[in-house]
Design a protein around this ligand. Structure first.
Ligand SMILES: [Zn+2]
Ligand SMILES: [Zn+2]
Ligand SMILES: [Zn+2]
Length: 271
């Protein structure tokens, strides 16, 4: 009998749901068992084990949900509900050794993802998916809007850290970002004219070293990149690239941290 990883969320029935990931790809329980001609298919829930327990035990304990034959969910109905992961990195569009998100088709190099992927056997979700899932869990009725100065003061707890990592990943994904990734001081004239250089790889390093105590530290470094760009390039084409990326950053920042400016917040009306 072969080995693989069982993904609970992809499990449906014996012939629906490619829920077992092996060295050679995804398999339904039936396809997985078919690799061994000796196995009796009728007792499939007893033949496959996960974490030392048979599927039968997992199903009886509600850890796995066996779908009914008339189930109308996406796994039971769609030919390929979970397309295979991309074979190029979502961030740098290059190939090589990639880590695949278990919730979306995106793949990443270990260090292109923020934070860098720590290789482990458990299910792994990319930062985009974690943010999306957190948003889905939020109750729109109870959502709170902040003013920018309140957000900047927030301490860098895991929630804030995650949002900053997400913002930074979105920056790297922009076509304008190529100019701002590496240390600009490799151009001599730059270091002569810009007093405090800043670049995306530097922000990424500081973020992963937990250098920032507050959200403000991160935002100030990001804004420094754009400030330097304006100062150095003025109105040339690179200046325009910087301005475009800056506008995107400010928009994303407000969206991700639920910021509303004072005049957008409903003012209480007193009689
Ligand atoms: Zn189903
Ligand atoms: Zn990459
Ligand atoms: Zn993902």
């Amino acid at each position: 009998m072969g080995t693989g990883r069982l993904y609970k969320n992809r499990f449906a029935t014996v012939y629906q749901g490619k829920c077992i990931l092996t060295e050679s790809g995804w398999y339904t329980p039936l396809e997985f068992l078919a690799k061994d001609p000796e196995i009796d298919i009728t007792t499939w829930t007893h033949s496959i084990r996960s974490g030392g327990l048979t599927l039968q035990t997992l199903i009886e304990n509600d850890i796995l949900k066996l779908h009914t034959s008339d189930c109308s969910c996406i796994i039971c109905h769609e030919e390929d509900p979970f397309p295979e992961n991309n074979d190029e990195c979502f961030m740098c569009v290059d190939g090589g050794k990639l880590f695949c998100c278990d919730s979306c088709p995106k793949s990443f190099h270990k260090d292109c993802h923020i934070p860098s992927v720590s290789p482990e056997s458990a299910e792994w979700n990319c930062t985009f998916c974690i943010i999306r899932k957190n948003k889905e869990k939020e109750d729109p009725e109870n959502s709170h809007c902040w003013q920018e100065f309140e957000v900047l003061k927030q301490r860098m707890y895991p929630v804030q850290q995650l949002k900053c990592e997400y913002l930074l990943m979105r920056m790297y994904c922009c076509s304008e970002s190529f100019l701002f990734i590496k240390d600009p001081c490799r151009y001599k004239v730059y270091s002569q004219r810009v007093r405090e250089p800043m670049w995306l790889d530097q922000v990424k390093e500081r973020l992963s070293d937990e250098t920032y105590n507050t959200v403000e530290g991160f935002v100030l470094d990001m804004r420094l990149i754009f400030y330097n760009c304006k100062k150095f390039n003025k109105d040339n084409q690179f200046g325009h690239l910087g301005a475009k990326l800056e506008a995107k950053f400010e928009r994303d920042f407000k969206e991700v941290f639920d910021i509303k400016e004072a005049d957008e917040v409903d003012q209480p009306i007193f009689p």
